[in-house]
Design a protein around this ligand. Sequence first.
Ligand code: M3P
Ligand code: FE
Length: 304
Amino acid sequence: MPYRLSRLGYIEVRVLDLDDALQHYVNVLGLIVTGREGRRAYLKGWDEKHAYSLILTESDTLGMERMAFRTVSPEDLEYYKDRLKKLNVPFATIESDYKRGEAIRAETPSGHTVELYYTMEYTGNVLPDVNPPPWPMDLKGIGVPRLDHCLVTAADPTKTIRWFENVLELRPSEYVLNGSGDPIAAWLWQRPAPHDVAVVPGPDAKFHHCAFAVETPEQVFRACDILAMTKTKIDYGPSRHGITRGTTVYFFDPFGNRNETFGVHSAYQLDPDHKPICWTEDALGQGVFYYEREIIESFLSVVT
Ligand code: M3P
Ligand code: FE
């Protein structure tokens, strides 16, 4: 199957106050503001080359408004238009958005809004194109390089997982299987990384967290120091996931949307032969929190 989605390009997250949100996303996470229009701010990590990867929208509710995948080429966007038509999946075509070209927008069975697009203003990262240093020295807070993935909950997770697989042709890197062998949680991707999006059981249309990459486990510890120094509420961590092997710390923005910094690693090279790694339901605790081998209650119950 050809590789048609390059990455989770951006997500839109609802916050109650834009200035308080920016204090967190800029000074603690270290994202860079690239635009602000009315109730919305546009941000990105220092190593991202397009105009934004996070939209913060002032609203009276929390959660994720939409997730958007960037296709590899303009032809791939046409491919998905045809594919959704063929599969009778309803979608809207949106001519343009802030610094972005055409997109198609559909809804998962769990009620999450998903967009696909190709064109977004290309800005380059914050380093010079010629003789760049490996990283910029003037970052704030954790200084995350990029958005990594988002995780959503679904009342019928198997149905939503199958939708991502069949409609968007995402590939499972890891599954949690129930006794009948159906996936009740999945980590899905097209690019060489454990996941762009993951689905776990929970209420429909809810947001569990968005994760930003850091390079190493040591940087997860550094992130924890910064979270403590800025009195940011840590939900859980530092720890390791059994599923994906990623290292992690979870914390909350000022309103209760959950964030993660995810220590990425090389377990997933682009391998067309990859078969999903499977976890049994009784090993879910270990799959999610490898050291404790059980999931803390707030981690499953708090979604926005
Ligand atoms: C991750 C991850 C849950 C599992 C979360 C796992 C919510 O966040 O990045 O692998 O059960
Ligand atoms: Fe995660």
